[in-house]
Design a binder for this molecule. Structure first.
Ligand SMILES: *C/C=C(C)/C=C/C=C(C)/C=C/C1=C(C)CCCC1(C)C
Length: 247
């Protein structure tokens, strides 16, 4: 049967997944506009951080536009679109780490290690989802390999290189920023593996339906992409005001 426009705009009230796709799209778009405009009201070095926050939410908005309609029309999980989005936005989040830590002496090599870990995490996750044979072995093996990349980033933020760089700086704004990021990686990013386990053969496949994966991914994306941007924005505004009152 051919998909008509009506199929796409017809939103079943009993499907929370479709609601999170629509709300997610609008929220990402609004956040991108907000970060781009507010870039003008923060001090010098924070402008790049806000630009990157705007890019992360802007890139996500475009992908949500397509994922939303794909899901509405087919009721299928938009795996390829999801991972294309993450391949662009997660390295940009690693760049946010680096930008925050640059005043504390972070070198580009620090950023590349985080990006490498995120690529491992995403490639393994994609193989786990896109090439599934429905078995638990496939889901678990690739989920575990993916988690190695995740744990590296988590460790860096809480005890490793990112944490040490922040601790050794006497910059309160940097320390606050890294602490906030570390919490996002610990709590916000941990929502994704839960969604992953809803896949056929996944550890939670008995409790969750495959389409529920989208619910977890959509909620986690909103928390991590918009929430982290807002935290950075809050610190940037506070630092900008501090400087103005001192001058
Ligand atoms: C904006 C998008 C973000 C912050 C995406 C983050 C994605 C993850 C932290 C995904 C992690 C996964 C695992 C740790 C294991 C299972 C497979 C993944 C890819 C869902």
């Amino acid at each position: 049967m051919k998909t008509t426009l009506l199929d796409i705009v017809n939103i079943p009230v009993d499907d929370p997944v479709i609601f999170t796709f629509f709300v997610g799209y609008m929220a990402m778009l609004a956040a991108a506009v907000f970060f781009f405009f507010e870039r003008g009201s923060v001090d010098g070095k924070w402008k790049t951080s806000l630009l990157v926050s705007g890019l992360i939410t802007g890139i996500a908005a475009v992908h949500y536009y397509y994922m939303r309609d794909y899901y509405a029309a087919t009721n299928e999980t938009p795996t390829a679109l999801r991972y294309i989005d993450w391949t662009l936005t997660v390295p940009l989040m690693c760049l946010e780490f680096y930008l925050l830590l640059k005043p504390a002496g972070a070198k580009p090599a620090f950023m590349w290690k985080l990006i490498l870990a995120s690529v491992l995490m995403l490639v393994a996750g994609y193989i786990g989802e896109a090439f599934t044979d429905g078995s638990m072995a496939h889901s678990v093996i690739w989920g575990v390999i993916s988690s190695v990349g995740y744990v590296y980033i988590l460790h860096s933020a809480w005890a490793g290189e990112a944490h040490k760089l922040a601790a050794s700086s006497n910059n309160e704004a940097v320390q606050k920023g890294i602490r906030a990021l570390a919490w996002f990686v610990l709590v916000g990013w941990a929502i994704y593996p839960i969604g992953y386990m809803a896949m056929p053969g996944g550890w939670l496949s008995g409790v969750l339906q495959p389409k529920d994966m989208n619910l977890f991914y959509n909620i986690a994306d909103a928390i991590n992409k918009i929430g982290f941007g807002l935290v950075v924005y809050g610190i940037a505004i506070a630092e900008t005001n501090k400087k103005t009152t001192m001058a």
